[in-house]
Write a protein that binds this ligand. Structure first.
Ligand SMILES: C[S@@+](CC[C@H](N)C(=O)[O-])C[C@H]1O[C@@H](n2cnc3c(N)ncnc32)[C@H](O)[C@@H]1O
Length: 250
């Protein structure tokens, strides 16, 4: 069934499982035709919840394990993250292809799906256990326009220029290959399409979230503009998080 959903999503390389995130590192795919640019990553001391891998001065956080999936559905998110307002601010018309990357249990996926009855939500995650939860819920709630997509750590496996809007909530800071992911998301976005990133505000010391799980606007802009995205705005309506809008120029 998961395979069918993957096929329905039109994913590329559907049968290649992503890297086991608990094992030793493997390099990303080589698309250079022989020439290898220097790695954009450096290694350093690892924080308690960090990987010891740095990108543009930021330590990449460790991936949230699927065994903590229930935490993603905690009721207080309604109050602290205002999910209804987040999806309202995606300004959806009803027929878009939306990618929810780092979808987890589908906390946002299942709030978006009813808003795009003529479209589809591609719920991308690297942990198959998360995709199983998503798939089960899509069946239980009869939401045929939710398609789980098994992404790789360096590639969300979405078709070129197929996505109208990508949403990434509280996940980008743990992408192990942020450069490759941002470039692949850019490629998957149709010209004029949008990317929305929701991350806890690193600028605000009163936000009670561990440091590596927060990002500043400046840092996000640096990383996504390097992949070609144009910064549009930071909508200031969430109590603790940025709502950063980017677009792929038309
Ligand atoms: C903290 S959870 C957030 C889940 C969801 N966005 C939410 O707000 O409830 C982060 C998720 O990102 C996923 N993730 C980490 N790296 C990823 C990558 N490179 N591609 C896709 N998903 C990734 C993890 O497996 C995890 O499910």
């Amino acid at each position: 069934m998961l395979a069918a959903a993957l096929a329905a999503a039109g994913c590329q390389a559907q049968h290649t499982p992503p890297r086991d995130t608990t094992s030793a590192l493997t390099p990303p795919r080589d698309t250079s035709g022989g020439f290898r640019a220097p790695s954009p990553y450096t290694e350093g001391a690892a924080s308690a919840d960090g990987t010891g891998r740095y990108y543009m001065g930021r330590e990449i956080a460790r991936v949230m394990d699927h065994r903590g999936a229930a935490w993603l559905e905690r009721p207080e998110r309604e109050r602290t993250e205002l999910p209804a307002l987040v999806v309202e601010n995606l300004d959806l018309q009803g027929d878009e292809i939306v990618a929810d990357i780092g979808a987890g249990t589908g906390y946002f996926t299942f709030r978006i799906a009813p808003l795009v009855p003529q479209g589809r939500v591609l719920a991308v995650d690297i942990q198959p256990q998360m995709l199983s939860i998503l798939e089960r819920r899509a069946e239980e709630e009869a939401m045929p326009n939710v398609a789980p997509v098994w992404g790789a750590e360096d590639d969300p496996r979405l078709q070129t220029e197929s996505v109208d809007v990508t949403l990434i909530v509280d996940a980008y800071h743990e992408f192990f290959y942020p450069r490759e992911m941002a470039e692949a998301i850019y490629d998957a976005t149709r010209p004029g399409g949008r990317l929305v990133l929701v991350e806890y505000r690193a600028e605000d010391p009163s936000v009670p979230i561990r440091r590596l799980h927060k990002m500043s606007e400046a840092q996000v802009r640096r990383e996504l503009e390097a992949a070609g995205f144009r910064f549009v705005e930071n909508r200031d309506f969430l109590p603790q998080q940025h709502f950063l809008v980017f677009e792929r120029p038309a």
